[in-house]
Design a protein around this ligand. Sequence first.
Ligand code: SF4
Ligand code: SF4
Length: 365
Amino acid sequence: MIKDNLFDRMNYAGEVNWDLDKSNNFYFFMNIDILNGCDFSCAGCYVNKGTNSVNLDEDLKIISKIADEINASNFHLEEIALGPTDFFSAKNTLQVIEHPDFKRLFKNPETKFVMLSTLKASTEEIREKLLKLEEHVGHLDIDLLIATDMDEFLTDPNYISNIKKKWKVLQESNLEFDPAFQINIHPANLIKYDSANLTRLAQEIKAEFDTILEFNPSILRIKHRNQTENLHFWMNTIKENFQKNAEGFTYTMLNKGHSGMNNLVVNFRSGNFYICPFIYENVFSYDNTYLIPKKDQLHSLTDLTDAKEDFVVKQMKYSEQTTHCEGCEYLVSCSYKNVLTFMEANKIKDCFLGLGNGEIHGRAI
Ligand code: SF4
Ligand code: SF4
């Protein structure tokens, strides 16, 4: 089934309390890149589609050990995002679902499962995988992120009707879905990402599916040879839209608590955990800079929590080498979001968020 009032509930990140005055919990988010293969070629995709997991048994053993430790502690395992490729077309989806350690990840019924998909697989494939998921894991609360593309959504006459067919399959499933659309912002798009077009897209998505549109800085996923230009493009898109339509968009960076002090987001790939920078969205990067060291053969929960603190301290120190961060009102928040680690990895000295110099201000969630 698809939950009701998607837009109203998802238009802000209210289900996790980012306000430290009101929060009594510490939240864990795990992005696990263990799916291999994808049948599609979305515009702006910088995902490694090939071999994200070469030893699935070992990977799931490591991840489920951490999940068990979180569930045995006072911390809360809020979300597990299974990626990086399309859930319904990846080559090893069934192997993952049927693995006994996968079920262990969702021992706490409140842990949400984040599923990534284009919903372009056939209705039969989608139905088959959902039935398997239900059979092996039982009840699941699923945040479904539908990868879409502005050119396609706004110009292909068949796109919406095709997605509606898949929507019906989700409605018929016993699993619970919160679907939202997500676009990869990338420089080669034909329709400009200006505020008029983005607003039109967001309004169509709201009218047709009663849900929200998120922007994803997929271009930050890898250290690309055009990384600096890509970053510049992404930030200019954000700034231009802010200037033209400050009320219509939600800017997660303005919320000092969002993805900050009382939560820990980690990325996992091929046996290793990495801290996850938050630059308007989670950055799925597997650069050595973000690697979380382990004290034993297998990672423990303490390795992850220690890394959170160690990275914050390193960033406070790095702020001395930057142009704007030292003394900035966002410094603690940016350090908890690992923004300065991202800056150091990309040799950035100036505030590139538009916050430190007041270019972006005002509406936060
Ligand atoms: S579904 Fe995901 S991995 Fe596959 S092409 Fe699209 S964005 Fe890339
Ligand atoms: S100057 Fe920019 S990057 Fe640095 S702490 Fe402030 S908002 Fe963050």
